[in-house]
Design a protein around this ligand. Sequence first.
Ligand code: PAF
Length: 282
Amino acid sequence: MKIIETVSAMQAWSRAARAAGQRVGFVPTMGYLHEGHLSLVREAKRRAEVCVVSIYVNPTQFGPKEDLSKYPRDFDRDRKLCESVGVDVIFAPTNEEMWGKNGVGSSTWVEAAAVSERWEGASRPGHFRGVCTVVAKLFNIVLPDVACFGQKDAQQCAVLRRMVRDLNFPLEFVVCPTVREPDGLAMSSRNVYLSPTERQEALALRHSLELARRELAAGRTIDEVSAAMTSLIAGKPSARVDYIAIVDTETLLPVKRHEPGRTLVAMAVFVGKTRLIDNETF
Ligand code: PAF
């Protein structure tokens, strides 16, 4: 497995792989890898001959009050995990390599406006502009044929899918299922911040999604489902709802009634100081 730190070396490696007839699979990450990331690597390897994982904590997607400096990092552990699942290249650039000498951020930004506005976009202003810009840059650096993302970040997937379509990135955009702990908590690098009590109470996200499934199947209105979920979460002292969105899977606009297969229930909940997200399509 190679570790590449420069843009030019990464582009050269991918061009050579493609010239040799190999499809390049790509999994962009911010490191501190878990089974969710490894499942994306396995999917990329099923669809392409070679696989690149980027490990880069992108400052432009963090707000001024967010956890950039505290974001968990362990490159050695990530390297071993990548090796264990047969990654061919880790692309791990510095901020200077990504943004040049003028510092983090660019004067050219990429934004998928409409689908970015609500939910995560409203709670985290500028977040999706940072995500789109860095992912567009990574696509131009890694030159993938296939890129894999996790359904846990449902809105990120919708925003990036839109960007890929609008800007004609010549790649296959693949969304893979959320990977969960045995008790149902969605895997996230941020779970490491939870105290034992918070870890237990974080199950309210999963339990409220299960409740939503039952309530929708029983024909409850969207408002009733949302209220039931909110009250389940309110029963956990460390948990506070940021938003519960019951929306169309593609437009992410609120739905008035449940359409099986098209209703996305997505949520962000603070558990203690940690903000967790989860979602399911029903
Ligand atoms: O999902 C993530 O980890 C990040 O948003 C991504 C796609 C790697 C961009 O920094």
